[in-house]
Design a protein. Structure first.
Length: 355
């Protein structure tokens, strides 16, 4: 397996991002692509930078048996049908987030994954962003002491156009807090050290897509929200999302506060700040720039997808477990579903209700 062969199912925006990351890895290449949309398929062929087998459907790609692994990067609502076929084989698979759009479909994926030998890895790649990875390293030393609060802010641009405008509707995406934020809920649980148990959310659609009509139907996706997440060990999390705030210096700000210290990272400024109680004060903390020059392709996610693929290939070659499991994928979606339900029903939602 010196030449690691990928198939990419779905060559829209995220499929192309995966192809470009794979291109940057020595000893890896895309050998096959599948997409029912001819312009997307052509874009995938061009991005691959060399000859690839092209298929209009994922079943044909799987039957060709010319890949060591596949990436599922098709639209969210198609994941379950694609994965039923992919998981019926033993080919290794990296599933772009969210794993599925509903808890029920995620449970189906978990059940199928448990019965196969091939690696199943969920693409919740934010934990690999260099500043975030540095934050995780520092927390592992115990610098913060007992952690009590985790806060994640993403202030960013609106949803981009997608083929058929599928990302303008909750029924296709799972809702903004599933589609966009499942990786933040995964990261929050990782930093908190325990799964979510209760969610309280407030949000709405204030600015983006409010005048957009598709075949007589208005867009219904949220464009801003606050989400409080309570974890099993008592750690409280907060997600602050705004998707009409592209006029900002840092798109992501992540902070963890414990009894002994506060740590925070800023992206794309790519710094980590550490303030130790009793040693530092307001305006006087350690500030470290996080090096990422060694990553040959940073793409749309600050190098995290490249690192993810390197780790994925290593796990396939060594037969190791995934860093991000289908159980992680299920919990990240379930937290987003609970947040969407909390907003719709204007009440706290227990994870046990959706799980």
């Amino acid at each position: 397996m010196d030449d690691f062969r990928y198939g990419v199912i779905g060559t829209g925006m995220m499929g192309i991002e995966h192809i470009e990351n794979i291109n940057a890895i020595d000893g890896a290449r895309v050998t096959a692509i599948a997409d029912p949309h001819p312009p997307s398929r052509e874009a995938g062929r061009v991005a691959a930078e060399h000859g690839v087998s092209e298929y209009a459907d994922h079943v044909s790609l799987l039957e060709a048996n010319e890949c060591d692994a596949v990436v599922v990067a098709s639209p969210n609502m198609t994941h379950i049908d694609v994965l039923k076929d992919v998981l019926a084989s033993d080919v290794a698979v990296l599933i772009e987030k969210p794993m599925c759009t509903s808890v029920e479909d995620c449970r189906t994926v978990v059940d199928m994954a448990e019965k196969r030998s091939g690696l199943v890895w969920v693409g919740l790649e934010y934990r690999y962003m260099p500043p975030v990875a540095r934050l995780i390293e520092e927390l592992a030393t115990g610098v913060a002491g007992n952690i009590h609060m985790v806060a994640i802010r993403e202030h960013r641009f609106p949803f981009l156009p997608k083929v058929g405008d599928w990302n303008r509707f909750n029924r296709h995406t799972g809702g903004t807090l599933v589609e966009k934020c499942c990786h933040f809920f995964d990261l929050m649980a990782l930093l908190a050290g325990a799964p979510a148990v209760r969610v309280i959310a407030s949000g709405g659609q204030a600015v983006n897509h409010i005048d957009e009509i598709y075949e007589g139907e208005p867009s219904d996706i949220l464009d801003h929200a606050y989400v409080i997440v309570e974890h099993r060990n008592g750690v409280r999390g907060l997600l602050d999302l705004c998707m009409f705030a592209e006029a900002t210096h840092n798109q992501e700000e992540i902070s963890v506060v414990g009894e002994e210290a506060k740590l925070e990272v800023l992206i794309p400024e790519d710094v980590i700040r550490i303030g130790r109680r009793g040693e530092h004060g307001i305006g006087n903390v350690e500030i470290e720039s996080v090096e990422s020059d060694s990553i040959p392709y940073k793409g749309q996610h600050h190098g995290s997808s490249y690192i993810e693929h390197r780790k994925f290939i290593e796990a396939v070659r060594r037969g190791g477990p995934p860093d991000v499991s289908v159980a992680d994928g299920l919990l990240s979606v379930a937290t987003g579903v609970a947040a969407q339900r909390s907003i719709e029903q204007q009440r706290p939602v227990l994870l046990s209700e959706v799980l």
